[in-house]
Write a protein that binds this ligand. Structure first.
Ligand SMILES: Nc1nc2c(ncn2[C@@H]2O[C@H](COP(=O)(O)OP(=O)(O)O)[C@@H](O)[C@H]2O)c(=O)[nH]1
Ligand SMILES: [Mg+2]
Length: 293
């Protein structure tokens, strides 16, 4: 018997959805920061065995859209409720689970086989966890509740077993040597964006998008040229920093991460450009891989 299906990971911002997918896949496919809205796309991570294929989807956190970029992000989330064979609804031991009650209600009414994952149990006590389990049980009565710590890799194996149990029988959807649907250009832009999220505060992370202008593969050293787009002139100066110091730091961190990901040398060139209001501009959003409607 061969099992195969789509396991879609959804939940509020910052609960550890991306950390969880990376733990389940065993690769750092999704970028992770402590800031909300780090994930902007739906990212596939595929795990293959002799008799199974699990196609995970990491999605952005649930949000109330304020501009077109966020509308596209939210469509990735609602889309994930439509084509899931198994839903992983992720909450954690610190968030307010009722924050987006309307979405929780959609999950409850979806009738999808659902695992309610309580993440970050490393941050709580057994007593508090017990109370939280009861609360989640009352909100999602049909769901199987699975406490984990994605960061400490606690009970990820247990979660995997439960997922496999719920997976329907069927042939694989993708070739078994495929790990993801995204290209190396995409991962390069994501790794650069992660370093921007980590190095700047306030509105900068939310005003930035990355375009990879050139990606030259080479057996010894890949050459990547990318542009960091910001939404305003004043942000350009902040991103570059005094004597270019900040941009240099972002570039070094991104290059090191890319080299670890690719297991080879990387030459990375970064530019900064202003593109006013790209977050509401259909043409720019398409260029960045979103689907404005
Ligand atoms: N303590 C703890 N922190 C975690 C755990 N999982 C994720 N985090 C942290 O939570 C923050 C958000 O993680 P991320 O995966 O980006 O969340 P997402 O927005 O749901 O995708 C990051 O700072 C992670 O390091 C966990 O199991 N324990
Ligand atoms: Mg994420």
């Amino acid at each position: 018997m061969h099992r195969s299906g789509f396991v879609n990971i959804v939940g509020n911002p910052n609960v550890g959805k991306s950390t969880l997918m990376n733990a389940l896949v065993g690769e750092r496919l999704s970028i992770i920061t402590s800031k909300a809205q780090t994930t902007r796309h739906r990212i596939l991570g595929i795990v293959n065995g002799d008799d199974f294929q699990i196609v995970y989807s990491d999605t952005p956190g649930v949000l109330t859209p304020n501009y077109k970029l966020q509308e596209s992000m939210m469509r990735f989330v609602t889309g994930a409720l439509k084509d899931a064979d198994v839903l992983l609804y992720v909450t954690d031991t610190v968030e307010q689970i009722e924050k987006h009650a309307d979405f929780l209600e959609k999950v409850r009414l979806s009738a999808l086989p659902t695992l309610a994952v309580i993440n970050k149990i490393d941050l709580t006590t057994p007593e508090k966890l017990e109370a939280l389990v009861d609360k989640v049980k009352s909100l999602l009565p049909e769901a199987v509740i699975v406490p984990v710590s994605a960061k400490e890799n606690f009970n990820i194996g247990g979660l995997f077993d439960l997922i496999l149990e719920k997976l329907p029988e069927g042939p694989p959807f993708y070739d078994k040597d495929v790990l993801t649907d995204k290209t190396m250009r995409f991962f390069a832009s994501e790794i650069i964006r992660e370093k921007v999220f980590l190095n700047y505060d306030k509105e900068i992370p939310y005003s930035v998008e990355i375009a990879v202008d050139e990606y030259k593969e080479d057996p010894v050293m890949d050459r990547i040229s990318a542009t960091i787009f910001v939404a305003r002139d004043s942000q350009k100066g902040i991103v570059i920093g005094h004597q270019g110091k900040m941009l240099k730091r972002v570039g070094t961190q991104a290059r090191e991460e890319l080299e670890a990901f690719l297991q080879k040398k990387v030459f990375l060139q970064l530019h900064v450009k202003v593109n006013p209001d790209w977050r509401d501009n259909d043409r720019m959003l398409r260029r960045f891989g979103y689907d404005p409607q």
